[in-house]
Design a protein around this ligand. Structure first.
Ligand SMILES: O=C(O)c1ccccc1NCC(=O)[C@H](O)[C@H](O)COP(=O)(O)O
Length: 202
């Protein structure tokens, strides 16, 4: 089970997620209480071991701007969040970054990872980073294929059940490991990673 902990803003957040065993850590460049600027992101990314994927989260900016920031900060993956068309991903193809397509699951969603040229697909609640859950039974109609992450309202107490229900390749969390909006709780980060790792996968 691949585990991404998102919305990190301090060296302590990063050190905790890494030592807990997270596979990926996310830095939000989109407007948010979790927003980091490129200078802070560059410092935080420098403290992440190479085996842990660093992900920059972008929404509402041109793909080229996201690419510029990723290359400037040394981030390993660009997560385009929202209604980015295939052309936005095509623009980033060939750059030394992995691509994450983050979207809400609707009847029109192409649920094949790689359909837009991305490396990972992330299925999220309608309001990204809100901590709200979404109806996982929708997955009965549209079975995602490939490496995809489940996100949206996960926390240490519900992640094992969500994994059992949705059978994702990985999970992503932000609000569920916070003591208040934008402030990570290090104990909850450790609990989340352990719970996700211990979950039953078919
Ligand atoms: O986290 C944010 O504030 C955010 C803002 C704008 C676009 C994306 C954002 N987060 C993206 C993520 O990958 C979150 O981890 C994901 O939405 C899950 O969030 P949560 O439901 O809070 O666990």
């Amino acid at each position: 089970m691949f585990v991404k902990v998102c919305g990190l803003r301090t060296e302590g957040d990063v050190a905790t997620a890494v030592s807990a065993g997270a596979d990926a850590v996310g830095f939000v460049f989109a407007r948010s209480p979790r927003q980091v600027d490129p200078d802070l992101a560059r410092e935080l990314v420098a403290g992440v071991p190479s085996q842990v994927l660093t992900v920059g989260v972008f929404a509402g900016v041109e793909a080229a701007e996201a690419a510029r920031i990723a290359l400037d900060t040394g981030i390993g993956a660009v997560q385009l969040h929202g209604d980015y068309p295939p052309e936005a991903f095509a623009e980033l193809a060939g750059l030394p970054v992995r691509l994450v397509r983050a979207t809400t699951l609707t009847a029109d969603t192409d649920v094949r990872t790689g359909a837009y040229g991305e490396d990972l697909l992330l299925l999220d609640s309608p309001v990204a980073g809100s901590g709200e859950r979404w109806d996982l039974t929708v997955l009965d109609q549209a079975r995602p294929q490939g490496q995809w992450l489940l996100a949206g309202g996960l926390n240490p107490g519900n992640v094992a059940g969500a994994i059992a229900a949705a059978q994702p390749w990985g999970v992503d969390v932000s609000s569920g490991v916070e003591s208040s909006r934008g402030v990570k709780d290090h104990g909850l980060i450790r609990e989340f990673v352990a719970a996700a790792r211990g979950a039953t996968v078919r």
